[in-house]
Write a protein that binds this ligand. Structure first.
Ligand code: PEP
Length: 251
């Protein structure tokens, strides 16, 4: 049985004061209202070291990106290595978010390198995949996402050391969500692709999150779809009521 994962991607938001207040509020509610799911927050790099110092039992911490360089240290200005993230107390890292694929031109090969670096240092990469609106309208969504899976997921991935997040690009931050049928079709196809790549036991244990305009009002339905093992939440993770409103649908 795959345990659901409720993950927040805070993106490039918050000052120190705002971020610490939000983290404390999440830690407080998570310590009081425990459910049979895992909770992960991914604050910006301005906040991660500060938040990691707070007591956060029961909540995993993640970063939003990691260096592609397969080195712990070195001359890579602006980069943060997997080893450095691990040293801070992170357990997860988002890789291949569509904003980075589009705005920072990250290819599947780069995403795969980053995922590999993470796994090798004991971090769990949350590998994001998803089609654009144009690709969906052209009937290419399954083909594109399955290609992203094949080319972004390293061969050493297992159900324990890697998480996939299916995030249709057109659903991110737009308030639009795919139909339940489309989500089910895609998540089933992703699991099949992982099965053909890495085998049945990896496929059956790997968590596949849905992301894109998840809110308390649609979370129960989306997270109830077959093969959906949790949510990657952007906008709604910035308010504790909304983030926990989503988590609470799984209690
Ligand atoms: C995201 O960017 O990962 C995301 C899912 O954003 P939102 O929930 O705001 O659509």
């Amino acid at each position: 049985m795959r345990k659901k994962l409720i993950a927040g991607n805070w993106k490039m938001n918050q000052t120190k004061a705002d971020g610490l207040a939000l983290a404390k509020a999440v830690f407080e509610v998570a310590s009081k209202e425990k459910g049979n799911f895992d909770v992960l927050i991914c604050p910006g790099m301005n906040l991660l070291p500060l938040i990691a110092e707070l007591p956060h039992e029961g909540v995993y911490l993640g970063a939003q990106d990691v260096s592609v360089a397969p080195k712990d240290f070195g001359a890579y200005t602006g980069d943060v290595s997997a080893a450095q993230l691990k040293d801070l107390g992170a357990s997860h890292v988002i890789v291949g978010h569509s904003e980075r694929r589009a705005m920072r031109h990250e290819t599947d090969a780069i995403v795969k390198e980053k995922a590999l670096n993470a796994i090798e240092k004991g971090l769990i990469p949350v590998v994001c995949v998803g089609e654009t609106l144009e690709e969906r309208e052209e009937g290419k969504a399954l083909e594109i996402v399955c290609r992203q899976i094949r080319e972004s997921v390293p061969s050493i991935a297992t159900g324990e050391n890697l998480v996939v997040a299916y995030e249709p690009v057109w659903a991110i931050g737009t308030g639009k969500v795919p139909s339940v049928q489309d989500v089910e079709e895609m998540h089933t196809a992703i699991r099949e692709e992982i099965k053909s790549l890495l085998g049945e036991s990896v496929a059956s244990t790997m968590r596949i999150l849905y992301g894109g305009s998840v809110k308390p009002s649609n979370a129960k339905e989306l997270l109830g779809v077959a093969n959906v093992d949790g949510a990657l939440i952007g906008g709604a993770s910035l308010k504790v009521e909304d983030f926990w409103g989503i988590a609470a649908t799984q209690m």
